[in-house]
Design a protein around this ligand. Structure first.
Ligand code: NPQ
Ligand code: MG
Length: 369
């Protein structure tokens, strides 16, 4: 296909309840959507960068700029390409994985729709539904936390993940484990809030039979994670630290990653995400699909990825209604019996609700070839 036109669409969308993590509280989302027009049709992608560089170095204004001025011109000038060429064409530009992933997504959506295929098919997913986990924020009181967790248990989620930080760890985990009982899988995510001097403290989580502890230490501290993995019974899972196939392999070899959270935006796209999955499957490292509070575009694509055989743990692909009162797609992801269905429609598998999308659009920038 040939890329003809780019629309950078920004939307503003409120969260149903503020989401507090160790890096801050989010009450609404300012999301960049990437809409490409090609000679064979259109496609949409979603950039998962946040408003500020608090999860990783990327942020939405920077992503829009780098797409417009640096990434798009290369793809637009490349002539006849396929979505599988995007990663290689952009490889000489450092960083900006979320911006690159959004463009690759839009190219995949356009190409797949033109061929009457879907992402599930292209990636090689083997299941038509995947287990769904929910990520639960930090609260100012234990009562609020337990009330939220009970609601998600009632919704049928297959696994609970608690956000933790220093001062909000052992006690909330103890009380939630008591509330949900010994059977429901429980895990924690610190988003880099601890340091190597906390290793002994983090080992005290061992008694709560957690599925894993996600990214307790800074993203560049692979050795510290290996030290924690040696000291603790709870498996160490990396999120922010894993940014490429090579560094995933290195983290595994170092003993720093006993489990990996795969987020396509963080690693530069769905095709690289699949390669990390393939590596982990070969090495016997369980993986699961993370979430970045996506709309129905990203949620549909994540469900397709999570259908691959190495995704043996429930992902953070919760119902759209976990975060949004109304989604921008006509077929939002729902959770039934603890699972989400992998979309079967063409492309990434979503159908846009254009009226609602237009209603929440805050800006639209057009770039021609
Ligand atoms: C994680 N996600 O696994 C993240 C990080 C995160 C579902 O826990 C707005 C946009 C708020 C993106 C909060 C989950 C967010 C966000 C947390 C991403 O580390
Ligand atoms: Mg995480």
């Amino acid at each position: 296909m040939r890329l003809r036109r780019l629309e950078l669409r920004r939307i503003a969308i409120d969260l149903v309840v503020p989401f507090r993590t160790s890096f801050g509280t989010e009450s609404s989302r300012d999301i960049l959507l990437v809409h490409v027009t090609t000679d064979v049709g259109e496609g949409w992608g979603e950039c998962v960068a946040m408003g500020e560089p608090v999860y990783s170095a990327e942020f939405v204004d920077g992503a829009q700029l780098v797409i417009r001025d640096h990434l798009w011109p290369i793809l637009a000038a490349a002539g006849e390409i396929t979505a599988a060429d995007v990663d290689r064409l952009l490889a000489h530009l450092h960083g900006h994985p979320m911006a690159k992933a959004a463009l690759e997504m839009a190219a995949l959506d356009a190409e797949l729709r033109a061929d009457g295929r879907n992402l599930h098919d292209l990636l090689g997913g083997e299941r038509d539904r995947v287990p769904s986990g929910v990520s639960v924020g930090i609260f100012s009181s234990m009562d609020e936390l337990l009330g939220q967790v009970q609601g998600y248990v009632d919704d049928g989620y297959a696994r609970i993940k608690l956000k933790i930080e220093p001062g909000w760890d052992l006690e909330p985990v103890r009380l939630v484990r008591e509330l949900i009982g010994p059977e429901l899988p429980l895990q924690v995510d610190a988003n880099t809030a601890y340091g190597r001097t906390d290793i002994e403290h983090l080992c005290r989580l061992d008694e709560y039979d957690l599925l894993l502890i996600e990214q307790p230490l800074p993203e560049d501290d692979l050795l510290g994670h290996a030290q924690l993995a040696n000291a603790s019974a709870t498996p160490v899972c990396l999120d922010e630290s894993i940014v490429s196939v090579q560094n995933a392999a290195d983290a595994i070899d170092l003993g720093a990653a006993e489990i990996i959270n795969i987020k396509p935006g963080r690693v530069g796209g769905y095709l690289t995400a699949r390669r990390i999955h393939d590596l982990c499957l070969e090495r016997g490292i369980p993986v699961w699909c993370g979430g970045m509070v996506e709309t129905g575009i990203g949620r549909a694509a994540n469900a397709a990825l999570a259908a691959l055989p190495g995704f043996t743990l429930p992902g953070d692909i919760s119902a759209s209604s976990r975060f949004y009162a109304r989604d921008i797609v006509r077929d939002p992801i729902t959770v039934e019996g603890g699972h989400v269905e992998v979309p079967t429609g063409p492309g990434l598998g979503f159908e846009l609700d254009h009226d609602f999308l237009d209603a929440i659009t805050t800006s639209s920038e057009i770039v021609d070839v």
